[in-house]
Design a protein around this ligand. Structure first.
Ligand SMILES: [Zn+2]
Length: 369
C-alpha cells in the first residue's frame, strides 16, 4: 500500500516551498517535475498572466490502463499568508509549522496524497482509468485561479477536490454561493459647529442602513456580514463620504438574491431618506452547488471511504472552493475532507494518521468502480 515515510517527505517538501497566492511559480515547477516523472503530460494555462501572478493552473493527464470514464483530482497550489519559509516538522502524532507561519497543509495535504496515490498505482500496476490532475493557483483569493480555467481543458465528468477540514471520510456535497457588496454613501459636508443643518452625514446614512439589516445568521442556509466600514474626517466637519464592504452567502441562490436585495434596499432607503445618495456594487463571487448522494463522485468517494474503513459523513460547508466553479461548469465534483486542523492560522496541523488515510482514499477511489 502507501509508503508513509515517502508521503510525509513529499508533504513536508511541498509545505516548505514558498507558495502564497500569485507567487506559485516554485510550487508549479516542482509539481510539474513530479507529475512528469509519474508519466503525466502536463500543461500550464495562461491564468498567471491574466491575474498578475507568476504561474498558471496546471492541467495534467495520465492515460488509463483500463477502460472507464476519466477521473479528475484537484487541489490548489497556493496558501494563505504567512505562508513563506514554512518549516514543517513532526511533533508527536502531528505535522506542524514552527508557529511563525501557517503549515500549508491546506492544500499540500491534498497535493501530497494525490502524488502518493498515483505513485502507488503506477508502482503496483493497479489498473486505472484516465486520470486528470488539476492544480490551481490563487484559490485563496476568492477562487480566482479556477474562475479563469477554461473548462474545455477538462474531460472528466467526475471530480474530487481535496480541500476541506474535517476527518478523512467526510464528503462536502453542498457549498454556498457568495456575493460581495461594496457601497459608498455620499452626503454633503458642512461646518459641524456653524452650519450643521446644511450638512448630510454619510456616516449616519451608513449607520441607519446597517441597523435596518438582518445580519450574521439569517437562516440555516444563509449568512450575511459587514466586513468593514470606512469614513475619516475631523469632528468639526459633517462627513460626506462613507464606504462599506459586506458579503452574503447561501446554499440557496434564491435566498442569497433575497438577502442581497434587502441589504441594498436598506442602503438606498437610508440614503434617500437623509437626502444623500449611495453607489452600490454587487459582485457574485462564485455559484453554489448541491450534489445528490447518488451522483457519481459522491458515490465513488463514499464507496472508497468504506473500503479504507473510515466513517462516511455527508456535510454542507459555509465556504467556497474550486468545486463551486467546476460544478457550475458541468464538471460534477465533490470536496473531500483532508484531516487538517486550524487552517489559516499558525497553529495549523495535520495528524500523520489522517495524511495516511487521505493517500489511501485516493488509491481506493482510483481503483474502485
Ligand atoms: Zn484550501
Amino acid at each position: 500500500m502507501i509508503d508513509r515515510q515517502r508521503l510525509y517527505a513529499t508533504f513536508m517538501e511541498l509545505c516548505s516551498i514558498d507558495s502564497e497566492p500569485k507567487n506559485e511559480r516554485p510550487m508549479a515547477d516542482r509539481l510539474t517535475a513530479i507529475l512528469k516523472e509519474l508519466g503525466f503530460s502536463v500543461t500550464e494555462d495562461d491564468t498567471g498572466t491574466r491575474i498578475g501572478g507568476n504561474a498558471g493552473n496546471l492541467i495534467a493527464r495520465l492515460e488509463g490502463t483500463k477502460p472507464g470514464a476519466p477521473l479528475l483530482f484537484s487541489c490548489h497550489m497556493d496558501r494563505v499568508a504567512p505562508g513563506v519559509r514554512v518549516k514543517p516538522r513532526i511533533e508527536g502524532n502531528y505535522i506542524v509549522s514552527d508557529g511563525t507561519t501557517v503549515l500549508g497543509a491546506d492544500d499540500a495535504a491534498g497535493l501530497a496524497a494525490i502524488i502518493e496515490g498515483v505513485t502507488v498505482i503506477r508502482g503496483q500496476n493497479i489498473p486505472h482509468p484516465t486520470l486528470e490532475v488539476l492544480f490551481t493557483v490563487a484559490e485563496e483569493l476568492a477562487l480566482t485561479g479556477s474562475a479563469h480555467l477554461e473548462s474545455s481543458r477538462i474531460t472528466s465528468r467526475c471530480g474530487f477536490v481535496l480541500d476541506a477540514g474535517g476527518p478523512v471520510g467526510e464528503i462536502v456535497v453542498q457549498a454556498p454561493e457568495q456575493a460581495k457588496i461594496n457601497a459608498v454613501f455620499h452626503g454633503r459636508s458642512a461646518h459641524a459647529g456653524f452650519a450643521p443643518e446644511e450638512g448630510i452625514s454619510a456616516i449616519q446614512m451608513a449607520a441607519l442602513a446597517i441597523t435596518r439589516m438582518k445580519l450574521l445568521r439569517i437562516d440555516p442556509e444563509t449568512t450575511a456580514n459587514i466586513g468593514s466600514i470606512q469614513a475619516a474626517g475631523p469632528t468639526n466637519i459633517v462627513c460626506d463620504r462613507c464606504s462599506l464592504q459586506a458579503e452574503a452567502r447561501s446554499l440557496d441562490p434564491a435566498k442569497l438574491q433575497a438577502q442581497v436585495e434587502v441589504m441594498v434596499e436598506a442602503m438606498e432607503n437610508a440614503a434617500a431618506e437623509m437626502g444623500g445618495s449611495v453607489e452600490v456594487d454587487v459582485q457574485r463571487c462564485y455559484p453554489s452547488y448541491r450534489l445528490e448522494q447518488d451522483a457519481e463522485p459522491v458515490r465513488r468517494a463514499a464507496e472508497a471511504a468504506g473500503r479504507i474503513g473510515v466513517p462516511v459523513r455527508f456535510k454542507p460547508t459555509g465556504g467556497g472552493s474550486d468545486a463551486n466553479h467546476f460544478n457550475n461548469r458541468g464538471i460534477p465534483a465533490v470536496v473531500l475532507s483532508c484531516g487538517y486542523e486550524k487552517v489559516h492560522t499558525t497553529g495549523e496541523r495535520i495528524a500523520l494518521e489522517q495524511l495516511d488515510l487521505l493517500g489511501r482514499w485516493v488509491v481506493a477511489i482510483v481503483s474502485g468502480g
